[in-house]
Design a protein around this ligand. Structure first.
Ligand code: GLA
Length: 401
């Protein structure tokens, strides 16, 4: 029953909550806008699927970014888990929300070895399945059971340990995937990461050094060219990018992963792949080599390609380039590291500004230090409450220089 005291306590609660809420939102609105600071130079992006954002996060997105990359929902596994099953709901909702708010959407990613389901590669013929079953039963009865998985690791690799379909069948499946997904969002998604992370780590740069599993063995190096052509057919106006991490490494001396990326990109261009640009992911740290970053941008531009920084974050913890789970590693980050981080971000934006004629977009990989795959390493511009960190102020200052 609603009585006077219920109403009084409701009013009391509102009196406390509403000003707090308004204060939080005005905290965001009082931050200088990143997208305005770099307007006319390049777009500023963030990564999120927008499935569970708070009002504060929504305000931060509207304040700072003019393009969003879905962090997960468009990857092959979540979007196309089985040959006859597509999940479009999350992406549809995200694209609708972005359109209503005047924010562009970047598609990520059509082809990848990771977070890709095994069905793309499996031979489904009754004979092959029967043989696989027989082998599995035999293995189950073996004392020393081999690891049948064959693939493992972060996010699950796009591989298949059972009987493999023919190259033609695998390509047909990739084509269907690309035509369906890129076709569905034609005109609504401005560009695509067509292939992600094809180059293996640790090469000397004398070859393309493509990964020796997944698409690159099931089809061959030409899989990328096919993918670019189909993406262009499905969405002729979309910008089409090759995206990878650490591909700036070795740029100054033209060795390592950078040299491999140049070989790969030149081949794609020679094979007539309709490629617009290269995405340098930008998962960096306090000691990242910024000369390599600048030289890589110059080298890609010299091939006639556009450049984007697609997944930017700079850890405040040291020289780790990868993910660290929450609570892993040393969680005490000295205060001075945030100043060092700010300086790295400032220098990066100094470089990006210098090359703004070829850079289309700088996208941060996450909304805040708690909405980040590198949670625990405080790699972004805002803390968990979306308060601006020194790195944010450094980037804003740099825009005025
Ligand atoms: C890679 C991928 C991203 C994401 C990150 C980790 O960089 O391109 O989609 O999975 O790893 O969040």
């Amino acid at each position: 029953m609603i009585n006077k005291s219920t109403i009084a306590s409701l009013l009391f609660t509102l009196a406390i909550v509403v000003p707090g809420y308004a204060q939080d939102i005005s905290k965001i609105k009082n931050q200088e806008s990143l997208k305005k600071a770099y307007a006319g130079k390049f777009l500023i992006g963030t990564a999120d699927d927008l499935t569970r954002i708070s009002d504060l996060e929504a305000a931060s997105i509207k304040q700072h970014y003019n393009i969003i990359t879905p962090e997960n929902c468009m990857k092959p596994q979540p979007m196309h888990p089985e040959e006859d099953t597509y999940n479009f709901e999350t992406t549809d909702a995200m694209v609708d929300w972005c359109e209503k708010n005047g924010i562009a959407v970047w598609g990520h990613t059509l082809g990848w070895h990771s977070q890709s389901p095994a069905w793309f590669f499996q031979d489904n013929s009754p004979e092959a399945q029967a043989k696989a079953k027989e082998e599995a039963e035999k293995e189950d009865s073996d004392e020393q059971r081999p690891n049948r998985q064959g693939f493992g690791g972060f996010g699950g690799f796009g591989g298949n340990s059972g009987p493999q379909a023919s190259k033609e069948v695998i390509l047909e499946r990739l084509k269907d995937h690309i035509m369906t997904v890129a076709g569905r969002y034609k005109g609504r998604i401005v560009g695509w990461d067509v292939f992600n992370e094809s180059i293996a780590d640790g090469g000397d740069g004398t070859t393309e050094n493509l990964r020796n599993y997944s698409w690159y063995t099931a089809v061959g190096p030409e899989v990328l060219t096919y993918a670019f052509k189909w993406a262009h057919e499905a969405a002729p106006d979309a910008q089409l990018y090759y995206n990878d991490y650490n591909i700036e490494q070795g740029a100054v001396e033209n060795t390592g992963k950078h040299a491999s990326s140049l070989l790969l990109l030149k081949r794609l261009i020679d094979e007539g792949a309709p490629i617009t640009g290269v995405g340098i992911q930008g998962h960096w740290h306090l000691d990242s080599n910024l000369e390599d970053v600048e030289k890589a941008i110059e080298n890609y531009a010299a091939l006639g390609l556009r450049v984007a920084i697609t997944e930017l974050d700079v850890t405040a913890t040291g020289d780790n380039s990868g993910a660290f789970g929450v609570n892993q590693g040393d969680r005490t980050i000295p205060e001075e590291n945030y100043q060092m981080q700010a300086e790295v971000y400032r220098k990066l934006f100094e470089i990006f500004k210098r090359h703004s004629d070829v850079i289309d977009r700088v996208t941060f990989w996450g909304l805040s230090d708690t909405r980040s795959w590198r949670r625990g390493q405080d790699a972004l511009l805002f803390d968990g409450e979306l308060n601006a960190k020194p790195a944010f102020h450094a980037i804003i200052e740099e825009s005025k220089n």
